[in-house]
Write a protein that binds this ligand. Structure first.
Ligand code: SAM
Length: 327
């Protein structure tokens, strides 16, 4: 392995792959109610094509892969892809981000196929509110998914809560208490104003405010985590087995730590979630490009990673919705 770095000397070792643009929820802050125009099936990378990209990327030093979407579990046979990727030399962390709705029925097969761990997005513990935020989902399904994932050993199961002022900030303490009562690992994420016609545009709730609320339960003790230590800063409440993480994409960007590349469902490499720049791998894959050419394109994407995003300065993501890019 050579090890990759971008032009700002950031080591790049992490590939996030959107395996589908389709989703079984319509979260307020992610998609318009009517959904977004869907890609046609022939535009979406096949599992063999994804495998080829990951194999080449692993040869360049990528060792972490996360599957996301859209909702990755709506793509049929995802465990087959997991098995293919888990067998690639050099990939030592293979994980999944999901809304959990289909997790209970898939967790055991995913674990058996070689998935290491799972992050579940969950913004409320109230069934009515869950239906409102997701516009159609059932909270019980996601809770069942979390419990099943823990039971089959997809650990640590991390719960990602996007905190939105006036929408779910009143549940911060309830989620924090789950780290004591149920050993949950909860990460509180600042809401990013990413879509232009977003009904929640002004709903940022900063990590600083979150901490204040949560500290009503006790002092947060800084905590070092061993697995998947990304941009979150971790803490523990007194007596808790679970951890609390804070992620500040808006009030304190962590772009200087960014080690990621993203592969969209239709085969474009995106050096940054929040920039429109893309490099087409699908074209190369389908015209029979040799591994050397794919390597060159991956290196080109890395070399063109922007230094940072400008969300805090009010710049929005343009172009594609999160569901296509892989949030
Ligand atoms: N369907 C999967 C899920 O729900 O986890 C994977 C895709 S979803 C786009 C990935 C993550 O992006 C979710 O945790 C979601 O909460 C987060 N996300 C989407 N829009 C966001 C926003 N505007 N601000 C912060 N996080 C956002």
């Amino acid at each position: 392995m050579t090890g990759l770095s971008d032009s700002f000397q950031r080591p790049i070792n992490y590939l996030r792959i959107s395996v589908t643009d389709r989703c079984n929820l319509r979260c307020l802050y992610c998609m318009p109610e009517e959904g977004v125009a869907l890609m046609s099936h022939k535009d979406i990378l096949t599992y063999e094509e994804i495998f080829t990209v990951v194999k080449v990327a692993a040869g360049l030093g990528i060792n972490k892969v996360r599957l996301t979407g859209g909702e990755p579990l709506v793509r049929l046979g995802l465990a087959d892809l997991v098995k293919m990727l888990a067998g690639i030399d050099g990939i030592d962390d293979l994980s999944l981000t999901t809304n959990g709705i289909l997790l209970a029925q898939n967790a055991a097969a995913l674990k058996k196929a070689g998935l290491r761990r799972v992050n579940v997005s969950l913004d409320t513990l109230k069934p009515e509110r869950f239906r409102k935020i997701t516009r159609c989902g059932e909270l019980m399904e996601t809770l069942k998914g979390i419990e099943t994932a823990k039971a089959v050993g997809l650990n640590p199961v991390k719960i990602n809560m996007v905190v939105m002022a006036g929408v779910n900030d009143d549940e911060l303490v309830d989620f924090a208490r789950k780290t004591v009562d149920d050993d949950w690992h909860v990460r509180f994420i600042e809401y990013m104003p990413v879509i232009t016609d977003d009904p929640l545009t002004t709903r940022l709730f900063s990590v600083k405010e979150m901490r204040k609320r949560i500290e009503s339960l006790g002092k947060l003790e800084p905590w070092k985590v061993d697995v998947g230590n990304g941009p979150a800063k971790y803490f523990r409440l007194p007596g808790a087995k679970g951890t609390i993480g804070f992620i500040t994409p808006v009030t304190e960007h962590f772009c200087y730590l960014c080690n990621r590349l993203r592969l969209t469902a239709d085969g474009k490499l995106r050096p940054c979630l929040l920039s429109e720049q893309e490099i087409d791998l699908r074209e190369a894959l389908r015209s029979g490009a040799p591994p050397e050419e794919l390597k060159r394109l991956i290196e080109k994407a890395i070399a063109s990673k922007p230094e940072r995003h400008y969300l805090a300065e009010g710049k929005k993501q343009k172009g594609r919705p999160f569901s296509q890019v892989g949030g």
